[in-house]
Design a protein around this ligand. Structure first.
Ligand SMILES: [Zn+2]
Length: 324
């Protein structure tokens, strides 16, 4: 224990810091997100002055969640999200050929990207060819960066899988994937959930298709990450209780739901009850430790009374932060 440690007594259950694996940092209030109990985010697409700047600054800033970013989306010339009103200048980088793919990845890696985001949206415009996509994956492998794909439209999820992409940014929702394809995904990839963007609390066909795909992916051993696509339309700032409920609908146990979100290696969250008894507990953070600083969290969206009570535990907080 470092000599300058401070001992804090907290009432509740201590878990690793909570991470939303799909946000857009240029579209959200990060300080408010931390104040609601989320200590880490993965930014899956933003202009360089947003995500890449935060990736350098945020790890040791107790006023912000820890940001890991992809920087700008990589896409085909004229491809998604070039057509979207929300896509700010610089939030995507068009890839012209295989050599350009390698250059784009090397440039992002040098600027501090922690992963690479590829847009493959065949419903919205041109998409990268197989050769370009493989060049992105190869360059990312050489740089030690995972590749996360937005796959939308017929055949795009399968194309990502065949090119060696390691993760999907969304549970597939446009088509019911066949079991054999899901089995191949489950063996080799992670999926970030983003179930609640479909309907935001109402049962739409898209949500039901996504839950069905995720249920089979999970049952076949696929690894699921909690992610909300925060910044994409109206979603609660904090842990989204509807996303947790949707994960439960998809058959994830309380243990698997906790494992999908409480993953920070640096930070901590205090919950008012046992998340292994009640998976919704992770939406009721009462305190966090972010970059070595303890902070109380006031939840404004509690929907029902605390159902579980646990004895007090002690948290040891190191100040100032030393990343390990
Ligand atoms: Zn997104």
């Amino acid at each position: 224990m470092p000599p300058n440690s401070r001992r804090i007594r907290v009432g509740g259950v201590l878990v690793p810091g909570l991470v939303d694996h799909h946000v857009h940092t240029d579209q959200i209030d990060l300080a408010a997100l931390l104040a609601a109990g989320v200590t880490g985010v993965r930014d899956l697409g933003s202009p360089p002055e947003s995500g890449l700047a935060l990736a350098t600054r945020s790890p040791h800033d107790p006023g912000l969640p820890h940001v890991v970013t992809a920087g700008p989306f990589l896409t085909a010339p004229g491809g998604y999200p070039a057509d979207r009103a929300w896509a700010a200048e610089g939030s995507y980088r068009e890839v012209r050929d295989t050599a350009d793919a390698a250059r784009a990845v090397a440039h992002l890696a040098a600027r501090g990207a922690g992963l690479i985001k590829v847009a493959l949206n065949a419903d919205a415009g041109p998409v990268l060819g197989d050769a370009e996509l493989r060049a992105v994956v190869g360059a990312a492998e050489r740089a030690g960066l995972p590749v996360v794909a937005h796959a939308e439209g017929a055949g795009q999820a399968q194309k990502a899988l065949l090119a060696g992409v390691g993760e999907l940014a969304h549970t597939p929702w446009t088509h019911r994937l066949p079991d054999e394809l899901i089995r191949a995904f489950a063996a080799r990839t992670h999926w970030t959930s983003t179930l609640d963007i479909h309907g935001r609390g109402t049962d739409t066909a898209e949500r039901m298709r996504a839950v069905d795909n995720l249920r089979r992916f999970h049952r076949m051993g696929g690894r699921v990450r909690y992610g909300t696509d925060l910044g994409n339309g109206p979603l609660p700032s904090g842990v989204n209780v509807r996303e947790l409920e949707a994960l439960s609908d998809a058959g994830l146990s309380a243990t698997r739901i906790l494992a999908s979100i409480a993953v920070s290696a640096m930070d901590l969250a205090v919950l008012p009850g046992d998340p292994l008894t009640d998976p919704l507990m992770t939406s009721r953070v009462t305190a966090v430790v972010r970059a070595g600083r303890y902070m109380d969290v006031v939840q404004t969206h509690h929907t029902d009374a605390m159902r579980t009570r646990m004895g007090p535990v002690s948290a040891v907080v190191r100040t100032p932060c030393r990343a390990t």
